[in-house]
Ligand binder design. Structure first.
Ligand code: SAM
Ligand code: SF4
Length: 325
């Protein structure tokens, strides 16, 4: 399935919940958000149907996210079901890692291949300050549990001047110690993120080179790769930079998102997309839904405009936890 700019869309990110067991300051207000009423949220059967239809349109990779995906009941069953679809080649999850260790065997058996674990600090106290929860040890144990089960692990850190600026070098050192890639993601001005100041990839690379020596650029594994990877001498894993603010990667974007309330969202930044929930609940046929998806995908915006003051289309005003990161 191609969008209006000829980009092949083969990657679907699925937000399975807007609930979360943490309160990362740049993502979710400390008092939480108004959760969607139960009936507004897509059922697991509805999500499966959308995935099946999108698989028939060429989607090959899925990523489960949220909110915190592991707080959604019966997610393991959904993963097992979508893993049974012949066209689905890769199933990944983005998680805060707190509940991962307890579910790792079931997830592996269901077909999960890779996890991105969000980790903004390697310090217990700083972790608690950022997330509102004393959970660093759980996350570290989950990382080891996933590696033991041969699930590929990437760690994602969002550096913020106000929260974890002093943590960069120690976090990167996890790629020295363990067989994991550590990636730094530039903060985007979405929801609570607007109240903090991100740190550019360039500045972080400079700091890491000062500490660990000059890094070599690693070759890109694929065209749609969003991260630029570097190899530091003596490190087991790579250090990556995802730079939506300083280096847009929209021209190679291959993804769309299914939100928790069933909208097919075409770009993280904008509100536009197609509401699939009414179609699913009005008894429309697979063919009718397929046609709507194909038409919607043609409207995918060319690029985000996070760095611009004026944008032509309507910006999504919700918090990241609600949009689905
Ligand atoms: N709860 C899961 C987790 O934390 O991995 C999945 C959802 S979370 C919204 C997905 C990712 O979005 C996390 O790595 C988080 O750090 C990141 N994130 C949240 N707000 C962000 C922002 N304003 N800019 C960049 N990344 C953000
Ligand atoms: Fe929850 Fe993930 Fe947002 Fe943190 S980043 S509050 S873990 S959804």
């Amino acid at each position: 399935m191609k969008d209006g700019f000829g980009r092949e869309i083969n990657y679907l990110r699925i937000s399975v919940t807007d609930k979360c067991n943490l309160r990362c300051q740049y993502c979710m207000p400390s008092q939480g958000v108004d959760y969607m009423p139960h009936e507004a949220v897509l059922t697991l059967e509805e999500i499966y149907r959308v995935v099946r239809i999108m698989e028939s349109l060429g989607v090959r990779k899925l990523r489960f996210t949220g909110g915190e995906p592991l707080v959604r009941k019966n997610l393991v069953k959904l993963i097992g079901d979508v893993n049974g679809l012949a066209g689905i080649r890769d199933i990944a999850m983005t998680t805060n890692g707190v509940l991962l260790k307890a579910k790792i065997d079931a997830l592996k058996d269901a077909g999960l291949k890779r996890v991105n674990i969000s980790l903004d600090t390697h310090d217990k106290k700083v972790f608690e300050r950022i997330t509102g929860y004393d959970g660093l040890n759980c996350v570290l144990e989950s990382i080891d549990a996933a590696l033991e089960r041969e699930i590929q692990v990437k760690l994602n850190c969002v550096p913020c001047r106000e929260l974890n600026a002093s943590e960069i070098e120690t976090l990167a050192a996890l790629a020295q110690e363990k067989d994991v890639d550590v990636r730094f993601i530039e903060l985007m001005p979405i929801g609570c993120g607007k109240e903090f100041h991100g740190i550019s990839s360039e500045e972080i690379l400079e700091r890491l080179e000062r500490r660990y020596g000059i890094a070599k650029r690693a070759p890109d594994a694929k065209k749609s790769e969003t991260a630029q990877y570097y190899l530091f001498e003596g490190f087991r894993g790579r250090v990556g930079f995802i730079s939506p603010m300083s280096h847009k990667f929209c021209s190679a974007c291959n993804r769309v998102r299914l939100t928790v309330e069933g909208r097919l969202k075409l770009c993280l930044h904008y509100d536009n997309g197609v509401e699939l929930k009414p179609l699913l609940r009005e008894g429309r046929s697979d063919d009718e839904i397929r046609k709507c998806i194909v038409e919607a995908v043609k409207q995918k915006p060319r690029a985000h405009a996070f760095s611009e003051n004026q944008i032509e289309e309507k910006e999504d005003q919700r918090k990241m936890v609600q949009i689905g990161g």
